[in-house]
Design a protein around this ligand. Structure first.
Ligand SMILES: Nc1ncnc2c1ncn2[C@@H]1O[C@H](COP(=O)(O)OP(=O)(O)OP(=O)(O)O)[C@@H](O)[C@H]1O
Length: 811
């Protein structure tokens, strides 16, 4: 603007000279005589100003450092814009507040001008308007909705918050964390405490150099400001401190408040600027991903782009400073979308050999299906090692155990190389960083049982040591209880989670006095790297997911990493079938019964070898017991074992058996079972066994295994089972059991107190093998008959999703 400013300075000097001459003439001639003739030099200066202003009008409108704050009234009906330094060059104050219509017009003009003349996202506006309850800002509503006007304080408490926001802007600016500007508009302050006015004055003193401009209406003592004093219906303007108009202390010409702009113009302009801001502030999902997958170096940490805020791009890191993240948000607040933004971001920036994902979802829903192959879309994310959909708590526990074991393994390797950090380890071996996401993790910790206490201990260990071994946790929850479950361990666990990510309505992940999450809307997120401390927030916009971009990335990754198998998937709600067992899982003499609820989802069963006690009791009335027994028989018969069968239930499918024993001959046949034969019995609780029959049964149990004879019996009634085997005396004679719907309290007398917490549920069973490391019981999904599997059935279960996928699945 040098042309106009030079002209303005020259003309202002001419004005000063002319005005001095005029006042001398007035003194000599008296006021009456002065009214009529106007000094020609003054008129000439005014014309010069007017012409220069007209020529510079366009430039004036686009300069963020100058504000059109009213009109200078000249002779001959001429007016020119009153232009004052603004932005980083000066503040502006008025002697009266926005209850005066001209001042309200100034407020709106100033906000629109400041927003329009800076890049989208380059200016935040904070308002205080206690005397008119926000009416001065009402026409700017679209800017408030878009988040450009961050806050309009209408009471004294909120006014203090607004000032605090501006203060933190200065602090962030000084610390070099922000480069944008904030406009603090005090439209009206009412009877504000003196201390608050002093804080605003302090802001004005340091703000120009540090990112804050103040428009102080009704604050005529504001430092570093040109001040517009109302004198009747005209205004006198003091010299702006940084760029005086002329030699006196004020502009030597009267000024009028700005005219109220047409309301439709204000509304249209506010809407246009709001749209511009939204477009610029929101990246698309595709913007988060590089054009082609990259293979970044994970040694020092992992970084993803998740969106933008006023200060620019917002990137989140897993590193020594922010090793673990705590994510909160009310239901529907965008948690799943944010997690997908992060995880796809990781997958696009690092190779599967450098980042491994373990994804646990404890809620009913389908959060992580974007990572696994489905019938419709066989593509998957090769970084995903294990995915739990509607996971059991036991599955979550198995994953946490695996991660703890992995830390131990890494620790041993690190000792060998004499290094103490993950970065040091990477100099020798290419271990991946591990990111484990647990959505609705509070489910894992719910209750006061063994799973909860083990999970807390494992989480605590991971939280404390994970950073050194490149193992990172993301715990997400939509409820307060998710956080409270760990409250007792607050310091040891949450102290390790400096990164707090709060979506709308997620107060609990931030400090109690930090209400930033209450002020954001869907699509925005509060990122706080300082444990949720008030004032350390960044409010970013993050994009919704884009199925096409996600599919594209999966395909690109599939091509780039063709040899990598699909993740192991645990579907908490699916039944499992023997038909899906892999050839390697079927072994001679192994009775397969279901799948383990574990990271590897291995087929679970019992080996019928020659050791004493190698028999199996299926216990409980749940019909799936009969189906699991059918699977066991089919697996054995398929591998050449001779099976005799008896069915007291009338529902068993007996085709794999080689000889069917009739109900009535059962007791007698017990003594005649040939060597190397398995006897399968459905509904043994209904068998008519007299004392002789019972003795034959007990003899078979005691002596059978040595000659290859084993009993697989389903007792629907537990007491009948203990009677049949001879009570505690026969306990060791049946070493294996598949416990169905019998509560822990009922079975602990027989199996041991460690079973007291077993709570039966549909689709799950406890497999006990006294001879194996599963003596404490292992949670399994028992095999059911395939025809029972109807779509949407929720009987529980787990498996690699189909046989074809299972072939490609990691071992
Ligand atoms: N950044 C965003 N921009 C636009 N829409 C979004 C954004 N984030 C989420 N949404 C939309 O909000 C809805 C809820 O999002 P999301 O499923 O991520 O919520 P959630 O917190 O995971 O909810 P819940 O825990 O109940 O599943 C979805 O329809 C989603 O498309």
């Amino acid at each position: 603007m040098p042309g106009f400013q030079t002209a303005l300075a020259n003309a202002a000097a001419a004005c000063d000279a002319a005005a001095a001459r005029a006042s001398l003439a007035a003194e000599r001639l008296g006021d009456a005589a002065f009214q009529t003739p106007v000094d020609p030099a003054l008129l000439a200066a005014e014309r010069q100003i007017s012409d220069a202003a007209a020529a510079s009008a366009q430039q004036l409108r686009t300069d963020p450092e100058l504000l059109h704050a009213g009109r200078v009234v000249l002779h001959e009906g001429r007016t020119v814009p009153l232009v004052v330094p603004f932005g980083s060059r000066g503040h502006l104050a008025t002697s009266v507040d926005a209850r005066v219509e001209g001042v309200a017009a100034l407020v709106r003009t100033a906000v629109l001008h400041a927003v329009a003349t800076r890049d989208a996202g380059g200016l935040r506006v904070v308002g205080i308007d206690t005397a008119t309850l926000g009416a001065s800002f009402a026409p700017l509503r679209p800017l408030a909705d878009a988040g450009v006007v961050e806050l309009v304080a209408t009471d004294s408490r909120a006014a203090a918050d607004a000032v605090a926001l501006a203060e933190s802007q200065v602090a962030e600016h000084i610390a070099g964390r922000r480069t944008d500007r904030m406009l603090l508009v005090v439209a009206s302050l009412g009877d504000a405490p003196k201390a608050l006015v002093e804080r605003i004055d302090a802001l004005a003193r340091s703000g120009l150099a540090h990112g804050v401009t103040v428009l102080g209406c009704g604050l005529p003592s504001l430092p570093q400001a040109a001040v517009m004093h109302a004198v009747g219906d005209r205004v006198e303007v003091t010299n702006p401190p940084a760029a005086p108009f002329g030699r006196g202390d004020r502009l030597a010409a009267p000024v009028a408040w700005p005219e109220a702009p047409d309301p439709s113009f204000v509304a249209g302009e506010a809407a246009r600027l709001a749209e511009r801001h939204k477009d610029a502030a929101t990246l698309t999902f595709a913007d988060l991903l590089p054009a082609a997958p990259e293979a970044g170096d994970p040694a020092k940490g992992l970084e993803v782009l998740i969106g933008r805020d006023a200060a620019g791009e917002v990137r989140l890191r897993f590193d020594d400073a922010t090793p673990h993240w705590l994510v909160g948000g009310r239901t529907g607040g965008g948690k799943t979308v944010l997690l997908l933004d992060v995880l796809y971001g990781l997958a696009s920036r690092y190779a599967p050999t450098d980042v491994a994902l373990f994804l646990l979802d404890f809620k009913e829903g389908v959060s992580f299906t974007e990572f696994i192959p489905t019938e419709r879309d066989p593509s998957f994310i090769p970084h995903a090692r294990a995915v739990g959909v509607e996971s059991d708590r036991e599955y979550g526990l198995a994953v946490l155990k695996t991660l703890n074991e992995e830390m131990t393994r890494r620790s041993n390797v690190m000792k060998r190389y004499g290094v103490a950090s993950f970065a040091g380890l990477r100099q020798h071996e290419a271990y991946p960083r591990i990111v484990c996401v647990a959505d609705e993790f509070q489910v894992l910790l719910a209750g006061n049982d063994r799973v909860a206490s083990e999970a807390v201990a494992l989480l605590e260990n991971l939280a404390r040591k994970g950073r050194s071994y490149g193992v990172h946790l993301v715990l997400a929850s939509q409820t307060i209880s998710g956080i409270e479950a760990l409250w007792a361990k607050k310091d040891s666990i949450f102290g390790q989670f400096p990164m707090r990510i709060a979506l709308p309505g997620a107060r609990t992940v931030l400090e109690p006095n930090n209400d930033a999450a209450a002020r954001i809307s869907l699509g925005q997120v509060v990122v706080n790297r300082e444990g949720g401390t008030a004032g350390a927030d960044r409010v970013a916009r993050f994009p919704d997911t884009d199925p096409e971009a996600m599919h594209r990335l999966r395909e690109q990754l599939g091509r780039a990493h063709a040899g990598v198998g699909a993740p192991r998937v645990f579907y908490g709600y699916r039944p499992v079938h023997l038909a899906d067992a892999l050839p390697g899982e079927r072994k001679p003499g192994r009775a397969l019964l279901g799948r383990e609820v574990s990271l590897h989802l291995a087929a679970a069963g019992v080996d019928l070898d020659r050791r004493p006690g190698r028999h199996l009791a299926v216990l409980g009335s749940d019909p799936v017991g009969g189906e699991a027994l059918e699977a066991a028989v089919e697996a054995l018969a398929g591998n050449g074992t001779q099976v005799w069968g008896v069915d007291f239930t009338g529902h068993a499918i007996l085709h794999p058996i080689s000889y069917r024993i009739s109900d009535s001959e059962f007791a007698a046949k017990l003594a005649d079972v040939p060597d190397g034969t398995v006897v399968a019995a459905w509904g043994l609780d209904a068998a008519a066994l007299d004392a002789k029959g019972q003795k034959a049964l007990r003899d078979l149990l005691r002596t059978g295994p040595a000659r290859g004879v084993h009993l697989l019996g389903w007792w629907r009634n537990f007491r009948r089972f203990t009677d049949d085997i001879g009570g505690t005396a026969g306990r060791e004679d049946v070493a294996c059991a598949l416990v169905l719907n019998l509560p822990g309290g009922e079975i602990m007398g027989h199996f041991g107190t460690q079973f007291q917490h077993w709570s039966p549920r549909p689709g799950r069973a406890l497999l006990v093998d006294r001879h194996a490391d599963t003596a404490g019981g292992r949670l399994v999904v028992p095999f059911s008959r395939p025809e029972n599997h109807t779509p949407g059935q929720r009987s529980g279960g787990s498996a690699p999703n189909d046989a074809a996928t299972a072939e490609r699945t990691r071992q």
